[in-house]
Design a protein around this ligand. Structure first.
Ligand code: ATP
Length: 235
C-alpha cells in the first residue's frame, strides 16, 4: 500500500545565508492530494518549494517523501524518490531543442517513448521537437517543462507559478493538465497567483505569510475567509 502522505514537512527553518525566510513551517500533502500554497509576494513560497526540492538546505526540520526522510538528500536523489519540481521560470534549457530537453528531463533512456508521452500530454510539442526551446512561445515552454510530470508519473509534483505571464486560455490548459496528472495519481503542491483557480483545484490549502503558515484547511473555507483577503491584500 502507498504511504498515507506523499510529502511531510516538519518544523522547517530555511533561508539564504544569514537571512531566515521560513519559520517553523509544517505542511503535509496526503497521497494523491492537490494542495495549494497561497501568500503575498515575498512570503516565502518559492523558498519553500526550493527547500522541498533540495536546492536549499534547511537549518532545522525534516522533509519526508512517502516514508523516507530526504532532508539530507541532494536534489537528484530526491528526484529518484519520485519527486518532480517545476520551478518558476520553467527550468528548461533554452539553447537546446525540445527533444533534447525531453531527454534530459526524463529518467528513461527510451527517447522514443518519452517523445510519445510528451506528445500525448501536449500534442503541440510533437510539431516542435527540433525547435530550440528558447524560441517556443511562453505557453509552449511551460508545456515542455510540464511534460515531465506526465512522463515520469511522480508521486509528488511541485509547481511554482506555472501561469506566470501566460494568456488565460493557456493558463486553463496548464491547470487542466495539472488536474489530469493529479487524477492519474500524482500528488500536487501548487504555488500560483491565480488564487481562485488554485483554490478550486485544491483539496487543501495553506496560507503563508512572512515565512509562517498562518492558516490551513479546506479551500472553500479559506476562500470565504477574511484572513485570506487580508493577507493577499484584497480587502
Ligand atoms: P513571490 O510571490 O514574490 O515570488 P515568494 O512568496 O515566492 O514571493 P520568496 O521568493 O520565497 O517569496 O522570497 C522570500 C524572501 O526571501 C523575500 O524576502 C526575498 O527577498 C528573499 N530571498 C529570495 N531569494 C533570495 C536570495 N537568493 N538571497 C537572499 N534573499 C532571498
Amino acid at each position: 500500500a502507498p504511504a498515507p502522505t506523499a510529502l511531510d514537512v516538519k518544523g522547517i527553518w530555511s533561508g539564504y545565508g544569514q537571512i531566515t525566510v521560513l519559520r517553523d513551517v509544517d505542511l503535509s500533502v496526503p497521497t494523491g492530494a492537490f494542495v495549494a500554497v497561497l501568500g503575498p509576494n515575498g512570503a516565502g513560497k518559492t523558498t519553500l518549494l526550493k527547500t522541498i526540492a533540495g536546492l536549499i538546505q534547511p537549518s532545522q526540520g525534516t522533509i519526508s517523501l512517502g516514508e523516507k526522510d530526504v532532508t539530507k538528500l541532494r536534489p537528484h536523489a530526491r528526484r529518484r524518490e519520485n519527486l518532480c519540481y517545476i520551478p518558476e521560470g520553467r527550468g528548461i534549457f533554452r539553447s537546446m531543442t525540445v527533444r533534447e530537453n525531453l531527454r534530459l528531463q526524463s529518467t528513461s533512456s527510451d527517447i522514443g517513448e518519452v517523445v510519445d508521452l510528451a506528445t500525448e500530454a501536449f500534442p503541440v510539442l510533437g510539431k516542435r521537437l527540433r525547435q530550440t526551446a528558447g524560441t517556443l512561445s511562453g505557453g509552449e515552454q511551460q508545456m515542455l517543462a510540464m511534460a515531465q510530470a506526465y512522463i515520469e508519473r511522480p508521486a509528488m509534483l511541485l509547481v511554482d507559478e506555472a501561469s506566470l505571464g501566460l494568456a488565460p486560455r493557456i493558463v486553463d490548459t496548464i491547470f487542466e493538465f495539472l488536474v489530469s496528472v493529479n487524477k492519474r495519481g500524482t500528488a500536487v503542491l501548487l504555488v500560483d497567483q491565480f488564487i481562485e483557480q488554485a483554490l478550486s483545484m485544491a483539496t487543501c490549502a495553506y496560507l503563508l505569510s512572512r515565512g509562517e503558515i498562518v492558516r490551513s484547511g479546506d479551500p472553500s473555507e479559506l476562500a470565504g475567509d477574511d484572513v485570506l483577503g487580508h493577507y493577499l491584500g484584497h480587502t
